[in-house]
Design a protein. Structure first.
Length: 261
């Protein structure tokens, strides 16, 4: 059955590193929003949006959507009259986002771990279903903190490490890779790892963020019942703490092991 294509034994092409992410999303872009192969992605997006949509009104111009993809949130935020910088590694994904909202979105081809923006220049940062592709989430979080205004908020989501680990074990996939496929892109594995709640809390707090809210996105029981006891996503709303931002030397002591189970 095409819907559950990933449960079959397939010959995957492994695309490694950031170059692999960029190449894969360039291939995925034309069919990304409606491909039958990405049915799980649609379920996850709907579940996440029930939480994130409640917080979008707290964002202020300009907002940077990090790992914007085809503009799922960038388009929505622009429609609220808020200026949006849509940032992604994939040029083809940015082209799709630009088509949806024209000149109301400023597309920027760049890396989340080195944002091409001045300090204290953004009224909001949003990074959803992209954080798990980052090879250095520590660097990215410090960049989010650097560009965000003192009155701004950051909204981000992360897959639960335990759920991704179990999913990959069921499919006998390498720990650090997840499967993707569309009409234009054959079965492909790219880097994607989850994090646990305490790991994320420690990362954000050490970077100088204050956790304003955490919500837990459950697995849709009717869709993926075998994982029903696990949280699917952790969704955070972050603001600023009053304490001094830790130094870059101190930041270097914090590590997230991207390959540890």
């Amino acid at each position: 059955m095409r819907k559950f294509w990933f449960i079959s034994k397939l010959q995957y092409k492994i695309r490694e590193g950031k170059k692999g992410l960029k190449e894969t999303y360039d291939f995925l872009a034309p069919n990304y929003d409606y491909s039958k192969y990405l049915f799980c992605t649609r379920w996850i997006e709907k579940a996440e949006e029930k939480i994130v949509n409640k917080w979008l009104g707290e964002l202020s111009s300009p907002v940077i959507d990090v790992g914007c993809g085809t503009g799922r949130y960038a388009v929505k935020i622009a429609g609220m009259g808020i200026s949006v910088i849509a940032l992604d590694l994939s040029l083809e994904m940015l082209k799709m986002a630009k088509k949806k909202k024209g000149n109301k979105i400023l597309p920027v081809l760049a890396d989340a771990e080195c944002l091409p923006l001045k300090a204290d220049s953004c009224g909001g940062v949003i990074c959803t279903l992209a954080f798990n592709h980052l090879f250095s989430p520590v660097s990215a979080v410090y960049e989010f903190r650097r560009v965000l205004k003192k009155t701004g908020i950051c909204i981000m989501s992360s897959f639960n490490k335990a759920l991704l680990r179990r999913f990959k074990q069921k499919l006998n996939l390498p720990y650090a890779y997840m499967p993707f496929r569309t009409k234009n892109c054959g079965p492909t594995l790219i880097y994607e790892v989850g994090h646990n709640e305490e790991e994320l809390k420690g990362l954000f707090q050490k970077a100088g963020f204050r956790i304003k809210a955490i919500e837990f996105c459950p697995v849709p029981i009717s869709k993926l019942g075998i994982f029903r006891k696990l949280t699917l996503l952790f969704v955070f709303k972050l603001g600023f703490t009053v304490r001094k931002l830790v130094t870059s030397l101190e930041a270097g002591s914090l590590r997230l092991d991207k390959y540890s189970p």
